[in-house]
Design a protein around this ligand. Structure first.
Ligand code: ADP
Ligand code: MG
Length: 357
């Protein structure tokens, strides 16, 4: 038994001379859910297929439960890897009923198999569905059958490729939460591919953010959101506002005042990044102009360009007086100021990131 259930070591996969996975390393422990997150085409599915053994890396090794499943010397076939697989389309066998689907990969006596199938159908809340066929089930029910089938042989590692994208939005949250509970109860190591940051934030213990075949950052959802490695990583999780400035004496001058940017030589162009919910409307200042002592730096003035109500928040876009750039502000509740209203904005400085341009 190994602490790490899945280890991808320096995996590279090239198609026609292009590395679609490029020196990727990743480890997963039992009971841990890691989401491989990234834009379409960045190499997520290829990575998952290599872990599953349905595709082979050009170089690098795959270890499952401490044993080499694939390296330069050879490749273990998928059915010997002790993994569970779940894909977007669920891929249930149409000619088998629910029991047949769930029990498909199971070995052992008829009684044992029947007991395991019944146990799983109970876990996924499908008691009494054993004799139905896939076409008689809703999308959510099919998803749960696919989950039960993948879990049936008690895999050490569960590999899931966008497993919820076929479900409609309202159903999805419930199905996701139920799936997570079951996976945690089975203590399976889970590698799940998604291109949706909200889904990764919701489900993952750890997120591995991919770009161009590489993992650019990995960590707990909180750290990924609040300590991004670069502007693109920040922008992958939400809209961002960018405020530019130049460094003088380790300070970056911006329309919102000076920012400490230690270690930067004079003249360096810096981008200060802030998410829309961390810009504040400075109601005290409205109509009065900036005050000389402001905890959040200097407020800057802009005019409302557009205001939209999104449900629990309102999104207000401003054209800033200082250079005509657009800043987006998320305000809790209903806030729909008239177009062209002049307002003062300030920044939550503890929520800014800065990067060299
Ligand atoms: P993702 O799942 O992140 O959207 P994929 O891993 O499916 O991305 O694909 C990554 C890149 O590899 C894409 O540019 C895709 O076109 C390419 N690719 C995937 N499979 C093949 C293949 N069998 N032959 C050639 N190129 C492929
Ligand atoms: Mg994919």
């Amino acid at each position: 038994m190994s602490a790490n259930k899945l280890e991808l070591q320096d995996i590279t996969r090239s198609y026609d001379g292009v590395n679609v996975v490029d020196g990727l390393s990743l480890t997963l422990a039992a009971g841990e859910v890691t989401c491989l997150l990234g834009p379409s085409g960045c190499g997520k599915s290829t990575t998952l297929r290599i872990a599953a053994g349905v595709d082979w890396q050009t170089t690098g090794s795959v270890l499952i439960d401490g044993r080499v499943a694939s390296d330069d010397a050879g490749h273990m076939p998928p059915e010997e890897r002790n993994i569970g697989l779940m894909f977007q389309d669920f891929a249930l066998f149409p000619h088998l009923n629910v029991e047949g689907n769930v029990g498909f990969g199971l070995k052992g006596s008829r009684t044992d198999k029947k007991a395991r199938v019944a146990d799983l159908l109970h876990k996924v809340d499908l008691d009494g569905y054993g004799h139905k066929y896939p076409h008689q089930l809703s999308g959510g029910e099919q998803q749960r059958v696919a989950l039960a089938r993948a879990l049936a042989p008690k895999p050490q590692v569960m590999l899931m490729d966008e497993p919820f994208s076929g479900l409609d939005d309202r159903l999805r949250d419930d199905v996701r939460d139920a799936t997570m509970e079951i996976l945690k109860a089975e203590n399976t190591a889970v590698l799940m591919v998604t291109h949706e940051p909200e889904e990764a934030m919701r489900m993952a213990d750890r997120i591995a953010l991919m770009r161009n075949g590489k993992i650019v950052q990995a960590g707990a959802p909180y750290n990924m959101y609040n300590a991004p490695v670069d502007k693109q990583a920040a922008g992958f999780f939400s809209d961002i506002n960018v405020i530019e400035g130049a460094v003088t004496n380790a300070l970056t001058e911006t329309p919102f005042g000076q920012f400490l940017t230690p270690g930067m030589v004079d003249g360096t162009q810096v981008e200060i990044i802030i998410r829309p919910q961390h810009l504040k409307l400075d109601f005290d200042r409205n109509g009065q102009g900036p005050s000389p002592t402001v905890a959040d730096g200097v407020p800057a003035c802009g005019k409302v360009k557009r205001a939209r109500y999104l449900g629990h928040q309102s999104l207000v876009e401003f054209v800033m007086d200082y250079d005509g750039s657009i800043l987006k502000v998320l305000v809790t509740g209903v806030f729909l100021p008239k177009i062209e209203t002049t307002m003062w904005l300030s920044m939550r400085r503890d929520r800014c990131f800065w990067f060299v341009k």
